[in-house]
Design a protein around this ligand. Structure first.
Ligand SMILES: NC(=O)C1=CN([C@@H]2O[C@H](COP(=O)(O)OP(=O)(O)OC[C@H]3O[C@@H](n4cnc5c(N)ncnc54)[C@H](O)[C@@H]3O)[C@@H](O)[C@H]2O)C=CC1
Ligand SMILES: NCC(=O)COP(=O)(O)O
Length: 325
């Protein structure tokens, strides 16, 4: 079956629309339904000097491979590249709702998201930490953020939190839940019964035997022990600084880091621009780019689309479309 993917264009002042406009329909063995405001796309296409001639999305039409259709969502205010406007926050969320609900209802096989500007959504009075948390609120599940580059996958035990809130968010139960989700999704995705997961500690030197913090002894270690008793190959807690060295990473299928800026800087150093963000633990498939809205590049034609293409390919692979061909 030909998969139909929803692709949200994200922050209208950012590079999401630009990157989508550089896609060519024949690139993917799927139908892409790009969501956005048609006036915004026409204006941005003119600014970039590219064509914008995608037909309107009609859910009644049979899915066709190598086609991009456009699903119009109206902006509240006209958007200008690089200029944020909180009036358009609801527009950004309406696309996410439409894509996520469509996945739940079976209209879409997966959703791929272009970046949003988290701050401007909050400035509109809507509490928003990220797609990851927002989508879990909408469709259920315990979301686990994982970014994947060519040679490295990094999942996070916590998502978007102030650093001061991280220790309390790492509990025996949540860590075990994250490990179970990561194990199950990696096993299915990699077709490997025992994916090897390296787990970081929270503190320097993984707590230095309790002298630099006790989370490793009181929380992380016991959760890993329980995970191992369930057949999960979880190794750690390991000091994060030396875990990310070739000797340790050799043979690992993923790293589970405790928080956003413990794991993602390494991943982005290894593969920024080509990596994919995958939300595990949801009842739907969602992938995304590895970068943000890059406001200063919007409308310039200088934004690179490698990560968007990788995110679309990853979503297709997760739908099983690869297996069918
Ligand atoms: N999936 C999402 O919705 C994500 C959203 N964000 C949001 O994006 C906003 C801006 O975040 P920043 O930390 O400034 O990160 P950013 O990724 O937008 O920019 C970081 C640097 O990378 C460059 N860059 C980013 N994407 C690029 C591309 N495709 N081609 C070439 N250069 C690129 C930018 O010009 C900048 O120099 C924030 O509101 C953040 O929350 C950040 C990451 C992911
Ligand atoms: N740094 C990754 C990131 O912020 C992605 O967040 P999300 O919007 O995909 O939840």
């Amino acid at each position: 079956m030909i998969p139909r993917l929803a692709v949200t264009s994200g922050e209208p002042a950012g590079i999401g629309p630009d990157l989508l406009l550089t896609l060519s329909p024949a690139e993917f063995p799927a139908e892409l339904v790009v969501m956005g405001d048609r006036h915004l796309f026409a204006d941005r296409a003119a600014q970039l000097g590219v064509a914008f001639d995608w037909p309107d999305y009609d859910p009644q039409q049979p899915t066709a491979a190598g086609v991009i259709r456009f699903h119009h969502h109206p902006l509240a205010q006209p958007a200008r590249a690089g200029h944020l406007d909180a009036h358009n926050a609801r527009y950004v969320l309406a696309m996410l709702d439409s894509a996520a609900d469509g996945c739940v209802q079976g209209a879409f096989a997966a959703m791929v998201t272009a970046p949003v500007q988290k701050s401007v959504i909050n400035e509109a009075g809507i509490a928003f930490s990220g797609h990851t948390e927002y989508l879990a609120e909408r469709v259920g599940g315990h979301p686990v953020m994982m970014l994947a580059a060519d040679q490295l996958r990094v999942a996070l035990a916590t998502t978007h939190l102030p650093l001061s809130a991280v220790p309390a968010a790492i509990t025996y139960d949540t860590l075990l839940q994250v490990l179970r989700i990561l194990h199950a999704d990696l096993a299915r995705w990699l077709k490997k019964s025992q994916p090897r997961i390296l787990v970081t500690g929270l503190n320097p030197h993984a707590g230095e035997s309790g002298h630099l913090g006790r989370e490793e002894i009181e929380v992380i270690g016991p959760a890993l022990e329980q995970a191992r008793s369930e057949g999960i190959q979880a190794i750690g807690p390991l000091p994060a600084d030396t875990l990310f060295t070739p000797t340790h990473l050799n043979g690992a299928d993923a790293v589970l880091a405790m928080y956003h800026d413990q794991g993602l800087p390494v991943l982005k150093y290894a593969g920024f621009g080509e990596a994919v963000n995958i939300t595990l633990g949801l009842p739907i498939i969602r992938t995304s780019v590895d970068h943000g809205t890059a406001l200063s590049l919007a409308g310039t034609g200088r934004a690179q689309g490698g990560s968007l293409r990788a995110a679309i390919r990853a979503a297709l692979s997760l739908t099983g479309a690869d297996d069918a061909t």
